[in-house]
Write a protein that binds this ligand. Sequence first.
Ligand SMILES: [Fe+2]
Length: 320
Amino acid sequence: MRSFETRSLGALGVEIVDLDLHGQISDEDFSALRETIMDEGLVLFRGQPMEREAHVALGERFGAREHLNPMDDDRDPGLVVIGNVDATGQVLASDSPFMKLISINEGWHTDSSFRPVPASFSLFSAVVVPPEGGDTFYASLEKGWKALTEGERQSLYGLNGIHDYASAYRRRGSQSGAIVGFDDPPIAHPLVRRHPETGRSILYVSEHVASIEGWSLDESRRLLDRLIAETTREDRVYRHHWQVGDFAIWDNRSMLHRAQGFDGTHARVMHHVRVAGAERPIAAIPSTPMRTRTPGNDSVPIRKRPAATSRESAPTREPS
Ligand SMILES: [Fe+2]
């Protein structure tokens, strides 16, 4: 039985008020914490500034750290400093390459979905926050899936999304697209995945999905935009305004997030440990026989491709 209490954050997520992240977290409490994150998508702690070592050590209890060259911190490979301050404490120019790189975080995404094995959990610590802006928005892909009509859900099984970080970066105004360390080739993941631990079905879309495998870009964009809009409807989103000492953990397998821009003349520094996933995304399969389509039940015109023969998707290039 867990020893901590949770308090709802509103649309989604919970705050944990009585678990000291610096203390010895028992195996029982850690197991309960992990379950809570997977059930709620997001957990938040306040007033717990995390030292680098403690942050990394907590991350490693969830699994192996994911390395993010070239953003890995020299002192602590595996701990990424996301911020606009250089080694001397000077705020970087707002048009610096690094600031452009992090601007991609302003689109709805799940961490590392552009990799064959995307990240599982992310652990985020607020170190320096600007006077305003720089909030993070969260939305649940599990709730997004449940919000669809039965007809829509049935039509999405078997589809694959092409995750392409460089394409998403280009849409954000970069001419080059490719980024050293983030230049993985486009990769297909199922549009509806089964959570590897809870077994629940989850919509797996984000702004890093460039297209639907085998679909035109226009058709893909229409469907992806519709699914992201449904998932991120205003009343389904939790917006977090960071205070120094806030510490958040979320499950990338079931959550979208995005950052709000901020006045780049102010400093913002967040420490981030990303936990490597253990497996490639697994396609969800329908749990009930296909129903006859009801007129007016589908609000999205969807073209169905033949169902995948494998429960795992294979890497593929984006269709030209
Ligand atoms: Fe992120």
